[in-house]
Design a protein. Structure first.
Length: 452
């Protein structure tokens, strides 16, 4: 009787095991994923800082620069789904390492572009080599983080993009300023080299440090492995397990198109704004490159704060839709207001407010995308959603360049971004995130027929 009275309830034991397990998983995986995401985002946006000198050196017009920013997404979209299906086949560890090594090499090679054609070619190849990285990491997280921990986990590495933008400005402009002329290369060339090589090194580290699934982790106890594997398996079973789902069914899922269109509209703002942010800030006054770098750091720094707050609130309430609508709605209001601000200082403050909200939707998007299906179907679903959504990357940078060419300022470009964010807000409010009853019954019937 005494022994029974002092024994902890099973639920408390499981809770303690869950807490200890997820603490270890987070501590082990997040630093590596954070570093990957940091350089991934830096190698996408550093052309914005390079443009402060590169555009003049190579005689690139705003339209040329905008098209180069957008053509990246052509290569990215072409290879996104095949890349994620290959990741599922060969394993996340090896495929993510391959992506890191090849994208790092191409990013460093951007230092040697010499005209608009070579610039377009390298940016296209960067998209090809990087394709599948973000959805691949999202799939990888489904093997380690149960649903109730996932938004915070996604937020834990997604904020690296914000930190990349925060530190990328000072780092990039410092390299451009102080390495200029070293070994006969311009500062912007050294910037591309120094920021591309770390991705190659991270790819080599990934092969050594990353495990494919919890059962392979020697840093978890047998009890922790068992709890994590069983919890994840129960979630996979609830979502249909690893049952085959055709690409036609994935493509016919209205949730895929709703979420893809929502995020695509958001990406018009995310990439359109932040690829051009250094030049927008430069246009607010007579600033040096170093000053532009530091001022460009504030909006994404506030984005880190927004990501933490919104991700925790979303996990606590279990809501994704209303949180997405809130962050994109607030972003639309702030960026539209910045276009008509009465002074450069107020315009800059409103751009900072935009940064506070616009990044916070990323972990919510990836959490939703990863919750639709699991296994190969999950990989295909995430890849298809992200592929469709990249129309935002195509539209954003190029359209701003064209508007900038036509008007000589960024006012109408910022209003255009705000309009896309309003559309994202509306979609977030009305979209369905659970399968329809008919679709769920059809999938269960198909699974039963295959089993028989």
């Amino acid at each position: 009787m005494e022994t029974t009275m002092t024994r902890a309830p099973a639920s408390e034991i499981e809770s303690a095991t869950a807490s200890a397990t997820m603490h270890k998983v987070y501590r082990r995986l997040m630093p590596l994923l954070f570093a990957m995401m940091f350089f991934n985002y830096l190698d996408r946006i550093n052309i914005g800082f390079a443009a402060l000198d590169m555009n003049h050196a190579l005689n690139f017009s705003p339209a040329v620069f905008g098209f180069a920013g957008s053509v990246f997404f052509v290569g990215y979209m072409l290879l996104e789904v095949p890349s994620n299906l290959l990741l599922h086949r060969v394993g996340a560890r090896r495929w993510i390492a391959r992506i890191l090594i090849t994208w790092g090499a191409v990013a460093a090679a951007t230092a040697f572009v010499f005209n608009d054609t070579s610039f377009y070619t390298v940016r296209f190849l960067l998209g090809v080599m990087e394709a599948g990285f973000l959805p691949g990491v999202a799939v990888y997280l489904t093997k380690w983080f149960p649903e109730r921990y996932r938004a915070r986990a996604v937020g834990g590495y997604i904020i690296a993009g914000s930190f990349s933008a925060v530190l990328g400005g000072p780092i990039s402009t410092a390299l451009m300023t102080y390495a200029n002329g070293l070994l006969g290369l311009a500062g912007w060339q050294w910037m591309f080299i120094c920021e591309g090589v770390p991705a190659i090194l991270l790819g080599l580290v990934t092969l050594k440090a990353m495990q494919e699934r919890p059962a392979d982790a020697d840093w978890l106890t047998a009890e922790e492995k068992q709890w994590l594997e069983s919890t994840l398996q129960a979630e996979r079973k609830q979502l249909g397990g690893d049952a085959h789902v055709s690409m036609w069914r994935v493509a016919g899922d209205i949730r895929v198109w709703s979420l893809a269109c929502l995020f695509g509209c958001a990406l018009v703002g995310i990439y359109g704004l932040f690829l051009w942010l250094p030049q927008i800030v430069k246009g607010l006054g007579h600033l040096t490159n170093i000053e532009v770098g530091f001022l460009s750091a504030a909006p994404p720094l506030l984005g880190v704060l927004g990501t933490f707050i919104i991700s925790r609130s979303s996990d606590r309430t279990g809501d994704r839709k209303k949180h997405l609508a809130f962050v994109y709605g607030m972003s639309a209001v702030a960026i539209a207001a910045s276009a008509y601000a009465p002074s450069p200082v107020i315009a800059y403050v409103l751009l900072c407010v935009t940064g506070l909200f616009i990044y916070a939707g990323n972990p919510l998007f990836w959490s939703l995308a990863a919750s639709f299906r699991t296994g190969a179907a999950g990989a295909a679903t995430i890849a298809l959603i992200n592929t469709i959504a990249q129309f935002g990357g195509l539209v954003g940078p190029w359209s701003i360049g064209l508007v900038r060419n036509a008007t000589g300022n960024f006012k109408f470009a910022l209003v255009t971004i705000a309009a896309f964010l309003v559309v994202a807000t509306i979609i977030a409010l009305v979209m369905r995130v659970r399968p329809s009853d008919d679709a769920a019954v059809e999938e269960r019937t198909d699974d039963a027929r295959r089993s028989a």
